[in-house]
Design a protein around this ligand. Sequence first.
Ligand code: ZN
Length: 146
Amino acid sequence: MLEIAALYSSLLISQIKGVPQQFLDLKNQLEKYGFEVIIELPPKRGAYGLLKIKEKKIWINPVVFDLQIATPTLIHESVHAAQVCAGKGRIKTLGLELQPIPAARRLFLRYTNIHRQDIEREAYAVQTQPNSLQLATSLLQKYCQK
Ligand SMILES: [Zn+2]
C-alpha cells in the first residue's frame, strides 16, 4: 500500500485519470476563495484529506481517486474551509442543523476533543447528504465570498 501511495505523491491533476468534473468544479471554487488544493499524500498518515488552517492548504490523498471517493473527500474538506472562513482564520462551527447519517457517527465520535467533534460532525453531516455538493458549494459562497 505504502509503495503504491508513494508513486502517487505530487501528481498533477492532469495526470490523474478519472477525475470527476464535480471534483474539479469544487476545487476551482476553493481556489477562488484562496485555498490551495494539492493532490498529494497528506502530512497526517492515513488521512484521505487534510486542511491546514493557517496556510489555507488542502491535501487530497491521490488514493481517493482509485477508491472513487474523491468528490466526497473534497466536499468534507470544503466544509472545513467554510468553517475557516466563518471563523475568520480560525476554525469554527457553522451551527448547521443537519445530522450525519448513523453510519458516519463513529467517524466523528473518535475525536475526543468536543470542539473537534462538532467541527467534524458538520463536515460528515454535509458529506452524507444526498445534495452534499450543492450544500458545500453554497456554504463556501455564504462564508467565503468577500
Ligand atoms: Zn474533517
